[in-house]
Write a protein that binds this ligand. Structure first.
Ligand code: PRP
Ligand code: URA
Length: 212
């Protein structure tokens, strides 16, 4: 895979440890969901380190201090349905008031092309840092289409957080959207012949929602 300056593979021991449970076929739905949340929160430390901040004045027990805090209403999150929903609580741990948009896409099983079925975005999303969430970056078709849609809504500062990515997906997304910062916890080997990531964790939506 080529090197892309907008791609960040976190490869952090705390995250890798949890990804092991996600990969394990014996991890049940409840635990799978909990770990998706935990991994997302851990990833957020790195991926949101440049969110807009502002200075406020705080009175400590001793004196006033100028303190930098996150700028009010400056971050929106956009999970790609379905599996991206599993990552929302992980961001809420850090940004409980973040506005949430939803983009619904599924992959056509034969062509693997994304099919859009829903889009509802918060007001003034174009003024916010938009964090797109999807645990799986396989061919890159879904996240690339979601980001194109966000750009059509005039979003200017867009990031993507994915837990597991295939090199094919990173190549496509980073080439189509070189202005988007891509944060991935783990880079896997390749796609299989039906577009699933190997070794991967299976179908993230099915494992989060118990649909298989
Ligand atoms: C999965 C996953 C991503 C997409 C990744 O969604 O959650 O959105 O596939 O594949 P891609 O990079 O090749 O586009 P899926 O289409 O299975 O829908 P679901 O989340 O509703 O199950
Ligand atoms: N979507 C998933 O949920 N898993 C994959 O491995 C690829 C696409």
């Amino acid at each position: 895979m080529r090197d892309f300056s907008n791609v960040h593979i976190l490869n952090h021991p705390l995250i890798n440890h949890k990804v092991a449970y996600l990969r394990d076929v014996n991890t049940n739905t409840k635990v799978f969901r909990e770990i998706i949340t935990e991994v997302t929160t851990l990833m957020a430390y790195e991926s949101l380190k440049d969110v807009p901040t502002e200075v406020v004045t705080i009175q400590t027990p001793f004196e006033k201090v100028e303190q930098r805090v996150i700028k009010n209403d400056s971050v929106a999150i956009v999970p790609i349905l379905r599996a991206g929903l599993g990552m929302v609580d992980g961001i809420f741990q850090l940004f409980p008031t973040a506005k949430v948009g939803h983009i619904g896409l599924y992959r056509n099983e034969e062509t693997l092309n994304p099919v859009k079925y829903y889009c509802k975005l918060p007001k003034n999303i174009e003024d916010k840092v938009v964090i797109t969430l999807d645990p799986m970056l396989a061919t890159g078709g879904s996240s690339s289409a979601a980001i194109t849609l966000l750009k059509q809504h005039n979003c200017k500062k867009i990031k993507l957080m994915s837990i597991i990515a295939a090199p094919e997906g990173i190549e496509k997304l980073a080439s189509n959207h070189p202005d988007v910062e891509i944060y991935v916890s783990t880079l896997d080997r390749c796609l299989n012949d039906v577009g699933y990531i190997l070794p991967g964790l299976g179908d993230a939506g099915d494992r989060i929602f118990g649909t298989k």
